[in-house]
Ligand binder design. Structure first.
Ligand SMILES: *Cc1c(COP(=O)(O)O)cnc(C)c1O
Length: 439
């Protein structure tokens, strides 16, 4: 542990438990009423609408490039599925009431993870800028014409770079290479071999680092900044990524209405999202809060070995502290969550938005993975399974119960609609999924 943080840890039971790798729950003391806090945020609701419209403009282009998006006419969206058998299985172990739904971003087209939202959005935004500046299209045009061989050659003059633990690299690599860009993905040590292999098979340059995620990002950023023809997608600071993720909330609102799920303060949504650096869960959380306000309660989940957002938010130090600073190793089987230092930009917004954070042991990832597989025949990757600890433990931690009491929610617990956000899985090769399920 770094000397400067010793007294900080000594003075906090939460931090001591985190250092001991115990599963913890933390309630966010700064959560505010949405209409009172929204003016303080560095993001605006209009930006979500702008992102939604941009994705609609690009839909014909996406449909032309990616066959698996044709059915939905180029709109990349995932099913919302009720999972009653999984609920029954969880009930055998824990106290849970209400309904349980799975938001299956694990099965998003193109990238097979939640990164198909933010990652693809930022690549498209950059593409639109280049195309307008260089006269390839003008406002109001049908963007499908951008998907031509001639335009692929144009985009090939440019490079896109990104640092990734795996899935962001997959999403950005797959899309950018198809559009025509040169792509360099800077992978941290946690990235799985199959993700690197898949990217290389698409012509993407994969640089591997012996170090953690923050260093892969730093290196990538420096190399990209030195090249005027290169654009860096910055997972730690990007507002564009964040807005791409936030659009999920508008789509979810429609799906809930279509499924006749009533949402109000007495029939609240309880949403659980696995968190790495924070961008994906943060964007979704912001979007949901802007729509549902006090009728939604959002919880992040992190591994006990990499609770970076919790550390940043609970200490108020955000990106100025890393889990390794207090002697936590950052090593976890949940490769998408293997991040030691959170995004300061996202943490600053989440200060006002999320209700709390749960941490969980790696072992349970595989437990829930098997449970979901056997009860619902749905396969998702280990990181995505983190979301189930939330609904399972909401009525078990003293502080999570206290939050429900303080917000007059305990008496409505039978009306809860729990949404576990399945963040990835569809591109995992069959034999690797099989080995996870044997674990
Ligand atoms: C990226 C990712 C997350 C978390 O997103 P962050 O933006 O890193 O917080 C969660 N689950 C999976 C499967 C991911 O790929």
């Amino acid at each position: 542990m770094k000397k400067e943080f010793e007294t900080l840890v000594e003075s906090s039971q939460l931090l001591k438990d985190m250092v001991d790798l115990k599963e913890v729950y933390w309630t966010n003391p700064k959560l505010g009423k949405y209409d009172e806090i929204k003016g303080k945020l560095p993001v605006k609701e209009e930006e979500i609408t702008e992102a939604e419209k941009r994705l609609e403009r690009f839909a014909p282009f996406i449909a032309k490039h990616f066959e698996d998006t044709v059915e939905r006419k180029g709109i990349i969206e995932s099913p919302l599925k009720e999972i009653p058998n999984m609920l029954e299985e969880i009930k055998k172990e824990d106290d849970i009431s209400g309904k349980l739904l799975l938001k299956m971003d694990s099965h998003l087209a193109v990238a097979g993870s939640i990164k198909a939202r933010g990652g693809i959005y930022e690549v498209l935004k950059h593409t639109e800028e280049l195309a307008l500046e260089n006269g390839l299209i003008k406002e109001g045009d049908d963007y499908s014409q951008l998907a031509s061989e001639k335009n692929r050659e144009f985009f090939n003059q440019y490079t896109i770079q990104v640092g990734s633990t795996g899935n962001l690299g997959l999403s950005i690599g797959i899309t950018s290479a198809k559009i025509g860009y040169k792509v360099i993905v800077h992978m941290s040590q946690d990235a799985r071999q199959w993700k690197k292999d898949l990217l290389r098979s698409k012509g993407v340059i994969v640089k591997e680092y012996e170090s953690d995620y923050s260093l892969a990002v730093k290196e990538g950023r420096a190399l990209s900044d030195a090249d005027p023809m290169s654009y860096f997608i910055d997972d730690e600071n990007s507002k564009d990524l964040f807005m791409g993720y936030a659009v999920a909330a508008k789509r979810l609102e429609k799906q809930l209405a279509e499924s006749n799920v009533l949402v109000n303060e007495k029939n609240p949504l309880m949403v659980y999202i696995p968190c790495g650096v924070g961008g994906a869960p943060g964007g979704v959380a912001y979007g949901l809060k802007a729509i549902f306000k006090e009728a939604v309660h959002i919880y992040f989940v992190e591994p006990t070995h990499a609770p970076c957002m919790l550390l940043g938010m609970a200490t108020g130090l955000h990106e100025k502290i890393a889990v390794t600073d207090i002697g936590i190793d950052g090593l976890t089987e949940a490769d998408g969550l293997a991040v030691g230092r959170p995004s300061g930009f996202v943490g600053g917004v989440m200060d006002y938005i999320i209700s709390g954070i749960f941490t969980m042991e790696d072992e349970k990832l595989f437990h829930y993975m098997r449970m979901l597989n056997s009860s619902e025949d749905v396969q998702i990757e280990p990181s995505a399974c983190a979301s189930f600890i939330g609904p399972a433990k909401l009525l078990e931690f003293e502080d999570s119960i206290k939050y429900l009491k303080d917000n007059n929610l305990l008496e409505s617990k039978d009306n809860f609609t729990h949404i576990a956000w399945a963040t990835g899985g569809n591109l995992v090769p069959k034999e690797i999924m099989e080995s996870y399920l044997q674990k």
